[in-house]
Design a protein around this ligand. Structure first.
Ligand code: AN0
Ligand code: CP
Length: 318
């Protein structure tokens, strides 16, 4: 594995899940694999779980970790080729990323979409520029269109909670939110579920259809109750509109908040959410605090997802 920016870098997801579960059993089995190797965690946006779990995963492998919050603690970056830099942007990505690459053996980056230009976001302009100029293995910590370490942790969590021989029914349900959020978590979750051995369904209000290149093969419906029927796992997530790009569409969608009543038609479904969650907006306190909630297990598994990925990168590049 050279880079890890999507499921396409994961090889066989099932094998990677096995690797992560083995690391969960024995996280300190490779204490010197990362000796004298430095991981740079570069954040263009806020984070709690990704920051801490990736740092811990690297430390479990004996790596050194340095963290940079771009913008707050460093210079504002320019991304446009040939820009005349006479305004607020202090440093070009081609200089900044190249410098970061001289200090780091592996770079991991969080770069959310602008939600202003679909073409620019879906071209992964920022991620690609960092990859081009830092010239070392690159790990996505959520880019404009995907959040692969989250989806990997989600697949680990589903694997741990499903022992039956038939496929589980997994439902991704759109949830209300107070501001427009990226489609990245939903895109990635769809990609990983379609590659896994599950019966995958997506439900969302009209106007919130995702980019079909991520959802081809999923069962998609505007009827939330119909989708929840017999569900074994329900993944709750807001995303802004993809077609009317980056928009929160007007009215009528608050009724999409998930609660106990709606879940009665499910197969005593386990509840999933990547966090951070807006309680009693996206889903009810009762569900989040219930024994069916897997949200803490998902967050805990972020450590082993990151560790499995860093282990593969260390083994194949150094
Ligand atoms: C981000 C998102 O929806 O992509 C990060 C989730 C891991 N969420 C928020 O900005 C609230
Ligand atoms: N789930 C997740 O990526 O959380 P953070 O945004 O806190 O890292």
């Amino acid at each position: 594995m050279k880079h890890f920016t999507s499921i396409h870098d994961a090889g066989h997801p099932r094998e990677l899940v096995k690797e992560a579960l083995a690391l969960k059993q024995s996280p300190f089995s490779f204490p010197s694999l990362g000796k004298n190797k430095t991981l740079g965690l570069i954040f263009l946006n806020p984070s709690l779980r990704t920051r801490l779990s990736t740092q811990k995963a690297a430390m479990n492998l004996g790596m050194n970790v340095i963290v940079l919050n771009v913008g707050q603690e460093s210079w504002a970056l320019e991304f446009e080729e040939g820009a005349v830099m006479n305004s607020t942007k202090v440093e070009h990505v081609k200089d900044a990323a190249a410098v970061i690459g001289t200090y780091c053996d592996v770079v991991a980056i969080r770069c959310f979409p602008s939600l202003a230009s679909r073409a620019e976001d879906y071209s992964e302009m920022v991620l690609k520029q960092f990859m081009k100029y830092c010239k070392v293995p690159l790990v996505s910590l959520e880019s404009a269109t995907r959040h692969p370490l989250q989806s990997f942790a989600d697949l680990i969590t589903i694997t741990e909670n499903w022992k039956a021989s038939h496929k589980p029914k997994v439902v991704l349900t759109w949830a209300p939110h107070i501001k427009p959020l990226p489609q990245a978590v939903a895109n990635s979750f769809s990609e990983w579920m379609l590659a896994a051995n599950v019966d995958f369904h997506i439900t969302h209000p009209e106007g919130y259809g995702l980019d079909e290149s991520f959802t081809q093969g999923a069962n998609i419906t505007y009827h939330q109750q119909e989708a929840l029927q017999g569900a074994d796992f329900v993944y709750v997530k807001n995303w802004s509109a993809y077609h009317d790009y980056g928009k929160l569409l007007p009215s009528g969608t608050n009724s999409w908040m998930l609660d106990e009543q709606k879940l009665k038609v499910s197969n005593n479904a386990k509840i999933m959410h990547c966090l951070p969650v807006r309680r009693n907006v996206e889903l009810s306190d009762v569900l989040l605090d219930s024994t069916n909630s897997l949200v803490l297990q998902q967050a805990a598994n972020r450590e082993y997802a990151a560790q499995a990925v860093l282990k593969k990168i260390l083994e194949s590049n150094f």
